[in-house]
Design a protein around this ligand. Structure first.
Ligand code: ATP
Length: 358
């Protein structure tokens, strides 16, 4: 297994990129630690597959270098990088049995047969394929075939990394949760460096220790699931992560006071110089208090989501979502306040740190 360093990587599909807009990857400079579980998360077209292909060697970056531990692999082909890959659609040999499909990557490298048997049995057990081990792959469902593809990725102990590109796309929804959990267990057990591409936040947050959120060719946050929730670095992370996402409200700021229309809100600290940047206050729906205290609002819609309710209100012409307990009564003249510890400020979409009060 290896530590993967992406050093000032940029990539453009056009021949003579002139501006940032011409780059599918604007600049990526991050380290994926040895044995870590990473998810690349973002909407379609943000550059996830481009980055994964740069790690696997399918694509050579226009600029920058990629290192596996201290070895510069930028110019090495995929086969020379010693990585395993799992794609969206199953890659299995139909005429082979499940067992032989899983044994193939090991036998190919001359691993002794007793070691093959030990590894393959372990993977078969983890994926719950015991009943199918001696069956040919041809007759299996696409779920089962994709489990074999996952198994083939996981069976080798000596790989530098395992790369997954939306591996659960063909999996039946009720099995997805089970497989995600199994992958997490396999990661703990085998300790591979894993990079998992997805546009699904639940997949990313359940699988990864570190989530790499991408947006328009940039990494906008590289953090734990808790950090993405508590301290989104960019407004995109705020509204992409969470359900519903973070409320973002245009604001003016003077000293420690934010103005939302005619309302004022005390900030938890003083932001530094903000210049002429576009400012927004961010507050997650979980930290909006709805009651008799605070700023007057009008109710737009109430959604029941089990033990909680999402109440959509209007404040100074802006829509805000609040998540409240199911049994909390909404007063006749509702007001909202924001938990100051969970207020964020964004300038031109990027988070601004606020100096704590003395
Ligand atoms: N071979 C290519 N030639 C030209 N442009 C490309 C090529 N592959 C990707 N792009 C462009 O690069 C950008 C990033 O694409 P990429 O496939 O990396 O995004 P993604 O986040 O993986 O999206 P998806 O989830 O849809 O696969 C997009 O604007 C895409 O149109």
């Amino acid at each position: 297994m290896a530590r993967i360093k992406l050093k000032d990587i940029r990539h453009a599909y056009t021949a003579n990129p002139a501006s940032d807009a011409d780059y599918a990857l604007k600049r990526v400079d991050h380290v994926f630690e040895d044995g870590g579980a990473y998810a690349l998360l973002g909407p379609s077209g943000c550059g996830k597959t481009t980055l994964l292909n740069i790690i696997s060697g399918l694509l050579r970056p226009s600029e920058g270098a990629i290192l596996f531990d201290s070895q510069d692999v930028t110019d090495l082909a995929t086969e020379e990088r010693n990585i395993a890959q799992v794609f969206q659609f199953p890659v299995v040999y139909d005429t082979m049995t499940v067992y032989d499909n899983l044994a193939f990557p090991l036998r190919n490298r001359g691993v002794p047969e007793d070691e093959v048997a030990r590894r393959v049995r372990e993977v078969i057990a983890m994926l719950g394929l015991e009943g199918q081990a001696r069956r040919r792959a041809r007759g299996l469902t696409s779920d089962e075939k994709q489990k074999i593809s996952l198994g083939r990725g996981l069976v080798r102990a000596d790989v530098n990394a395992i790369l997954f590109d939306e591996p659960l796309t063909v999996i039946d929804p009720h099995l997805k949760w089970q497989l995600r959990t199994q992958l997490k267990e396999l990661h703990h057990r085998f300790g591979h460096t894993m990079v998992y591409v997805t546009h699904d936040q639940t997949e990313a947050l359940t699988f990864a220790d570190t989530v790499v959120v991408m947006y328009e060719g940039e990494v906008v946050q590289f953090g734990t699931p808790e950090e993405l929730f508590e301290r989104p670095s960019h407004t995109f992370v705020g509204y992409f992560i969470g359900s519903p996402g973070m409320n973002l409200l245009p604001a003016r700021v003077e000293g420690r006071t934010a103005h939302l229309g005619s309302q004022t809100i005390e900030l938890p600290g003083a932001p530094g110089a903000l210049g002429a940047k576009r400012l927004e206050l961010g507050i997650r729906p979980e930290f909006v208090r709805l009651g008799r205290e605070g700023m007057p609002v009008s109710i737009r819609k109430v959604e029941d989501i089990g033990r909680k309710k999402i109440v959509h209100v209007e404040l100074e012409g802006e829509n805000i979502a609040a998540v409240i307990d199911e049994d909390l009564e909404v007063p006749a003249e509702p007001r909202v306040s924001f938990d100051p510890a969970h207020l964020s400020l964004y300038a031109d979409s990027w988070r601004v740190e606020m100096e704590a009060r003395p």
